[in-house]
Write a protein that binds this ligand. Structure first.
Ligand SMILES: [Zn+2]
Length: 148
C-alpha cells in the first residue's frame, strides 16, 4: 500500500476496482473495466468529491479531516454507501490516519486487504482478489462480495 494512493476523502485507491484492474491488466484477460492510477496520481484530488468541493479542488488540505466541515454531508453520504456495499468507511479511515498516522494506517490496510491465497490485493468493490479469483468475474461480471 502506498501513501499516494490514499485519497483526501480517506479512500484507499489501492483497493479500488479501477486501480486493481489496471495493475493486473485485466483488459488482457477480456475484462474491460476502467483503468485508473488513483485520485492523487492522476491529478484529481478526489474522484468522488473534488469536482464539487472547492477546498479539495484547490488542494488546500491533504485529508478531509483538515476541513472545518469534516465530515461534510457529501462525505457522509459516500461513507454510508461504502460501509453498506464495500466493507470500508472513509470517515473511519480518516480518524485512524489522524490518530495514528499514515504509516500505521497503511500497515493495517495491508493486513485487511491481502489475499490469503496469493498475497495480492483484494478489491473492495468486488470482495475478490483480482489476481487469483478472476474466474468468478468471468462467470458473473456483476459479482459483489458473494451476495449478488
Ligand atoms: Zn489472490
Amino acid at each position: 500500500m502506498e501513501e499516494k494512493l490514499i485519497a483526501p476523502c480517506g479512500m484507499n485507491c489501492g483497493v479500488c476496482i479501477s486501480f486493481l484492474s489496471m495493475k493486473n491488466d485485466l483488459h488482457k484477460q477480456g475484462i474491460n473495466n476502467k483503468y485508473c492510477e488513483g485520485c492523487l496520481p492522476r491529478g484529481k484530488n478526489c474522484l468522488h468529491m473534488g469536482d464539487r468541493c472547492q477546498t479539495l479542488m484547490q488542494g488546500l488540505i491533504r485529508f478531509c479531516y483538515g476541513c472545518k466541515e469534516f465530515p461534510c454531508k457529501r462525505l457522509k453520504g459516500l461513507d454510508k454507501r461504502y460501509r453498506t456495499k464495500y466493507h470500508l468507511s472513509m470517515i473511519e479511515n480518516l480518524w485512524v490516519i489522524k490518530k495514528h498516522g499514515l504509516d500505521y494506517f497503511l500497515e493495517k490496510e495491508k493486513e485487511k486487504w491481502s489475499c490469503p491465497d496469493c498475497g495480492n490485493t483484494i478489491c473492495c468493490h468486488k470482495g475478490l482478489c483480482l489476481n487469483c479469483q478472476i474466474d468468478i468475474l468471468h462467470q458473473n461480471r456483476k459479482y459483489r462480495w458473494g451476495d449478488e
